[in-house]
Design a protein around this ligand. Sequence first.
Ligand SMILES: Nc1ncnc2c1ncn2[C@@H]1O[C@H](COP(=O)(O)OP(=O)(O)OP(=O)(O)O)[C@@H](O)[C@H]1O
Ligand SMILES: [Mg+2]
Length: 276
Amino acid sequence: MSLLDVSNVSKSFSTGRDLLGRPKQRLPAVHDVSFTLDRGECLAVVGESGAGKSTLGRMVLRLIKPDTGRIMFDGVDVLRIGAAEMRRLRQRMQMIFQDPHSSLNPRMSVAEAVAEPLLVHTDLDRAARNRRAAELLDRVGIGRRYLGRYPAELSGGQLQRVALARALTLNPSLIVCDEPVAALDVSVRAQVLNLLRDLQEELGLAYLFVSHDLALVEVIADRVLVMAAGRVVEQGTVGQIFQEPTEEYTRRLLAAIPVPVPRDASGQRMLDATRS
Ligand SMILES: Nc1ncnc2c1ncn2[C@@H]1O[C@H](COP(=O)(O)OP(=O)(O)OP(=O)(O)O)[C@@H](O)[C@H]1O
Ligand SMILES: [Mg+2]
């Protein structure tokens, strides 16, 4: 049994309202997408901007509810369970985002941010929580001396490591990584990627790894899901997709030269430089 088994999920968003307050139009963001992900495996989701990658990642964690389809996580039908069971399941599926500034609470110290999931989900006492936070900070390469710091005092790479430590607090088996290194300096990118790979191996983590950067995908992923306009164009192993893509769309993606895309503070693209 796969860790994650997604079948035929679709999601449409309505685009604003007309003068009478009726939703104008339902635009499909994700249409009839199916895939599986095994324990310890990394599946990359690639495709141009607006392809539906983030929507798909969020649906897997039930942060967005699909209109139709089924999502099985470790044999549990994620869309049919109640809130209490979902809370328990959430411990095992985590997400890290492109912009750690927005995913970490600026008023929480690093220690509080990393230990918070323990406060919410376990009855460990304060000392035990802090011990675990210290271990995790050591593990992600920041070091426990940063426990008392606040997000504003850390670099982007350090913040992403803190976000990762927080994601690891409850020993997840799946992490959805949505462009986790896209906002980082090129020099820091490789370090955070290496950390992700080491952790994957050490902890048997599975990643659903959303990325624009195909050079990076080739390094980190086992398999690749190519999306365009909400649909799966093709999927296969890294070898298949990179060496013998069957679809013209994939060939165009592969041919595009990766250019760093400038982002503003909220992580939005400042201009679309992804197309050559
Ligand atoms: N909350 C929302 N309300 C309305 N439309 C949305 C919402 N979220 C996403 N969409 C639309 O769904 C489509 C897919 O968006 P999504 O964010 O999943 O794309 P993406 O592949 O992650 O793009 P990017 O690479 O730019 O991050 C887009 O057309 C987007 O405008
Ligand atoms: Mg996205």
